[in-house]
Design a protein around this ligand. Sequence first.
Ligand SMILES: NC(=O)c1ccc[n+]([C@@H]2O[C@H](COP(=O)([O-])OP(=O)(O)OC[C@H]3O[C@@H](n4cnc5c(N)ncnc54)[C@H](OP(=O)(O)O)[C@@H]3O)[C@@H](O)[C@H]2O)c1
Length: 264
Amino acid sequence: MTMKILLTGGTGGLGREVVRAAEAAGHTVRIASRRARPHDAPPAREWAQMDVETGAGVPEALESVDAVIHAASDPRRHAVVDVEGTRRLVQAARAAGTAHLVYVSIVGVDQIPFGYYRSKLAAEQIVAAGGVPHSILRATQFHSFVDTMTAGAARVPLILPLPATFRFQSVDTGEAAARFVRAAEDGPRGRLRDFGGPQVLTWGQMAAPWKSACGIRKPTVHLPLPGPLAAAFRAGKNTSDGERGTVHWDDWLTRSYPSGSPSR
Ligand SMILES: NC(=O)c1ccc[n+]([C@@H]2O[C@H](COP(=O)([O-])OP(=O)(O)OC[C@H]3O[C@@H](n4cnc5c(N)ncnc54)[C@H](OP(=O)(O)O)[C@@H]3O)[C@@H](O)[C@H]2O)c1
């Protein structure tokens, strides 16, 4: 059955892939964004200008949709956007009689002492208690996230400094997006099994093929980080035995850096 899906965060990294996956499955997507509809948006794609922080446009965005996938987030302003924004969206969804809200969360938000993750956990709790039929699906970090973080570290001259013993089970964004669309299709099922990448690797293991893919030769230098946050990433609290995607880091690198330079 095809649906009309309101997608918050539809302009973001995950959101763009959710749009692709949902439209490929025959659904109509209404992108929710703080920005106005772009002039080149395909006519079949709906657009709702709204802001979860202020609540502007939220009730209108929810009109006559079958499901909501809530992927809007702001790691720098998580208290107002992720916590209070989610509260506002859930209250409006309840008032609108929304049949299903899928919340996009992150593996380990209940285990890792990080402000953004605490807000994601608070948002999960708001969704769970908000009186709207829901699903909550946690995904691991995306390959693109590890790529961006590694590229950031590589801006340091002569060396690539990073906490090489951090673990990641990164996943292809497109595969995660397809899983979120299936969650919307399946109807409200509460907390779902986590969705992660096919393998757990240390950041040091990930850095080696990343450097080859990018044509970077400088040595990786382990950066020992103190504290409970670093300990949680070393212990792999951001990894899971749940469902797994199939796209390995090496393959994602080959696809993303076909000629040894960033393609994106
Ligand atoms: N990145 C990862 O590795 C990862 C892993 C697992 C789960 N996740 C989760 O996946 C979701 C998407 O992450 P992402 O990396 O794709 O995010 P992103 O690229 O940073 O996109 C964030 C989105 O949030 C929207 N947004 C921000 N503030 C808003 C507001 N006040 N009102 C309405 N919309 C607002 C933005 O839309 P406009 O700017 O158009 O308004 C944008 O589309 C998040 O919930 C994140 O926690 C991410």
